[in-house]
Design a protein. Structure first.
Length: 159
């Protein structure tokens, strides 16, 4: 969360990279309400950004508890698991997932034949379609871009 400095974007790279990862504890699942991201510029080559559940963690820069804010200011603190193999951002290693579930994906198609090459994407799931991330699993926002670009991404969830 931003304090005295503005939010910082992270570089996607030109290969698959987990930009944000949320880890459910062994005692609680989570329900995804919405998610989205912004990138610096439309891509010159096709790229894809995925929201998915995996069974294996990426190695990430660990989030701190104060960075996980509830929609309800009176709610108790999040129980998401923190750490470099748990909740964090900007992966340095992807791990080797053996079970993956795609919850949403957006294609950046520079050729004009597919999805719009817009700089932003956001999606709010309808109440009856909100995906549930099981206990001891990982929710990832993962980007594969044609060229490296700066990205801000976010997820709204309910525990």
């Amino acid at each position: 969360m931003p304090t005295t400095a503005a939010q910082a974007k992270a570089s996607t790279g030109a290969v698959v990279k987990t930009m944000l990862q949320l880890a459910t504890p062994s005692t609680r699942q989570m329900q995804v309400i919405s998610w989205g991201y912004s990138i610096d510029t439309p891509q010159a080559a096709a790229g894809i950004v995925e929201l998915l559940q995996t069974d294996v963690a990426a190695t990430v820069t660990a989030h701190v508890a104060s960075g996980l804010l509830s929609l309800d200011p009176n709610a108790p603190p999040s129980l998401l698991t923190l750490g470099t193999a748990a909740t964090g951002y900007t992966a340095s290693g992807e791990g080797v997932p053996t079970a993956t579930r795609v919850l949403d994906a957006y294609l950046h198609d520079s050729g004009g034949t597919g999805a719009s090459p817009a700089n932003t994407y956001s999606y709010q799931f309808m109440p009856d379609e909100r995906p549930v991330v099981a206990v001891s699993k990982f929710l990832r926002v993962r980007a594969t871009m044609g060229t490296s670009t700066g990205m801000l991404c976010w997820v709204v969830w309910d525990e």
